[in-house]
Each structure stands twice: as structure tokens, then as C-alpha cells.
Design a protein around this ligand. Sequence first.
Ligand code: ZN
Length: 212
Amino acid sequence: MIIGKQGEQREKITEASVSRQHCKITKIGKGRYLLEDLNSTNGTFVNGQRISVMEVDDNTIIQLGPKYSVRVVNLFTDIGKEFDKLKKVYDNYNSQKLSISKNIAKKNFQRSLIPSFISPIILFGSFLFSGEGQGLIIFRVVMAVVMVVSLLYTAKSAGKAQQESPEKNMKLEKKFRKEYVCPSCKRFLGNIPFEELRDSVQTCPYCKTKWH
Ligand SMILES: [Zn+2]
């Protein structure tokens, strides 16, 4: 891709000190490029050094002449558009987090229902039951079994819910850390609400890219 005032980069360059065809950038791998100066009038610079050919990556800032510099990734990507996508990422993260905790509360409630139903049934049953001898023994054995089964079920489902929720939370956090990133340098932006990033932060604290 040719970069310059008449280049093919995403955003038009109007700075006068940039040549019409200033330099050329060629993708050679994932996030890796070959940067070549095209005999520009004012030179192509990386880290203050004038270069003719150099390997660069997404995050390299290249300077064309004395007044214009750009991060490589911004030559290809519409940062503003990519940044706006983070709103959905943030909203999804929060609603999923809420649904995980709601689900735990719901399961806890369901679990608490079982023993609180079983106990009065057993109590009530033993009042009503008028059998004697063998009948009474069978009744007691059946009730004891019911009690034990309900306790086992409660304990087992409590263990399962406790195991499931941190796992789901961890997966969610991992996904969030991977997706809620600066569109330019791909660093995680922390648990800062999207609106705050857009309205007050505005600039990436790591790579200083202005998002809009
Ligand atoms: Zn950044």
C-alpha cells in the first residue's frame, strides 16, 4: 500500500510536507509489515531515525517528513468505528455478569424450597399416620429415606452451583479482557464504562491514540 498525499491509506493526508507517494507499506505477517521510503522529499522516520527499508509492526509510529506521524494500524483501521464497537462489548459483559449472579440467586432459592417443603410433609405425615407395628416402621424408614435423599440433593446441587458460577465468571472475565481493548494498541482498557472512555478519557492511556 502506498502512503502519501495521493496514497491509498484509509485517511487522506493533506499535510504539505508529505510527498504524494511518500512511502510504501507491505504486510509480511500477522501485524508485521515492511516499510519502504519512496525517495520522499522530507524522508520517512521511525524513532527519530531516517529509514529507507525497515520491518515495523501494528504499533510502530512512522513519521513522514517533519510534521506528520501515524501509527501503522491507523493506516488500515478506522479507529473511531472500532472504538464504537466497544460499547456493545461493555454492555454485553455487564448484562452477562448480571445474569450469572441472578442465576445463582435463583438456584439458591430453588434449592432452599426442597427441604422447606419436605420437612413439613414429614411432620404432617407423622401426625396423620395412625399405623402401628410393622406399618409404623415402614413409614419411618420411607420418611428417613426421603429426608436423606432431599439433603443429599440439596448438598449436591449447592456444590454444583458453587462450581459453575466462578467458572462462568472466569470465562466472562477472560473474554472481556480480550475484547475490551484499545482498537489501536489492543491493550485492555480496564473496567471503565464505555461512556466514560468516550466522554472523559478520550485518549488511550497507553498509546495516546485519540479514539475520535
Ligand atoms: Zn492504545
